[in-house]
Design a protein around this ligand. Structure first.
Ligand SMILES: N[C@@H](CCC(=O)N[C@@H](CS)C(=O)NCC(=O)O)C(=O)O
Length: 253
């Protein structure tokens, strides 16, 4: 019998991609929820699964698979007969992978800046200095990121730069959808490129930044379609959105 164990966090954008793929393929899995702000991802037992100290990680029949898009590709290869997210033609696969690389490099890191400043700051601002430094120094991959964030958040300049990168990513998304004639990145089939972008768009909407695609009907329609997918609701169960976890985000809406 196949066994899938997912180590993840409800609100984590990288976890959303994997939950979506698992749900889309109707794979039964045990979900373990890590509390990223009390450092569950840095405990030795978890580091032995994912030495990067990040979620998500998937354990399939005792084998550890890490990194969200690697996991999504793994699942798509394992279950290629159930709603495949990888096009058949090599040239389209190449296009999909180029988009995945772009999404991993530009909008995915950029959306962490408003997420940290607008929501996650509450976990750090009153933390004693030594506790904060211990936590930052223990992070295998995100040490510098957290030290730069500090206990006061990223600067206005860093925040605006991130929003600018997100603006450009949305423009790129619009262009790609127009090239393929949509409604998805690669045309009429949902692919891993769409799964990669999904949590970024959902996070922006969650942070009340949906004005960013007011002038991009292609993105609004894409968002409507992804929300209609049968995997969407089970992926975004209650507590997955920041507005459900951080009531202060609703204050100015
Ligand atoms: N490239 C990795 C990035 C994973 C990642 O950044 N995970 C975040 C949550 S979305 C995390 O675990 N953060 C915990 C931390 O910064 O300590 C992936 O796609 O899986």
């Amino acid at each position: 019998m196949e066994e899938f164990e997912l180590y993840n966090a409800p609100q984590s954008i990288c976890s959303h991609k994997v939950r979506f793929a698992l749900n889309a393929k109707r794979i039964r899995f045990n979900e373990y929820k890590l509390d990223l702000f009390s450092g569950d991802q840095l405990k030795p037992e978890y580091l032995s699964i994912n030495p990067n100290g990040l979620v998500p990680a998937l354990v399939h029949n005792g084998v550890n698979i890490i990194d969200s898009l690697v996991i999504v590709q793994y699942l798509d290869e394992l279950f290629s007969d159930v709603e495949s997210f990888t096009p058949k033609e090599p040239v389209m696969r190449a296009r999909m992978r180029s988009l995945m690389a772009y999404i991993d490099e530009v909008p995915t890191p950029a959306v962490r800046i408003p997420s940290y400043n607008m929501a996650f700051l509450v976990h750090f601002k009153n933390m004693p200095e030594d506790e904060f430094l211990d936590m930052a120094n223990a992070k295998p991959l995100r040490k510098e990121f957290l030290l730069k964030f500090g206990r006061v958040g990223f600067s206005e300049n860093e925040f605006n730069e991130a929003l600018d990168r997100l603006e450009r990513s949305l423009k790129r998304m619009q262009t790609e959808i127009n090239i393929s004639k949509g409604p998805w990145f690669l045309g009429d089939e949902l692919s891993i490129a769409d799964i990669a972008m999904m949590p970024v768009i959902i996070r922006l909407e969650d942070l009340n930044l949906e004005y960013m695609w007011e002038d991009k009907p292609e993105v609004s329609y894409w968002l409507e379609l992804i929300k209609d997918h049968h995997a969407f609701q089970p992926t975004f169960y209650h507590g997955s959105l920041l507005t459900e976890q951080y009531p202060h985000l609703n204050e100015n809406n």
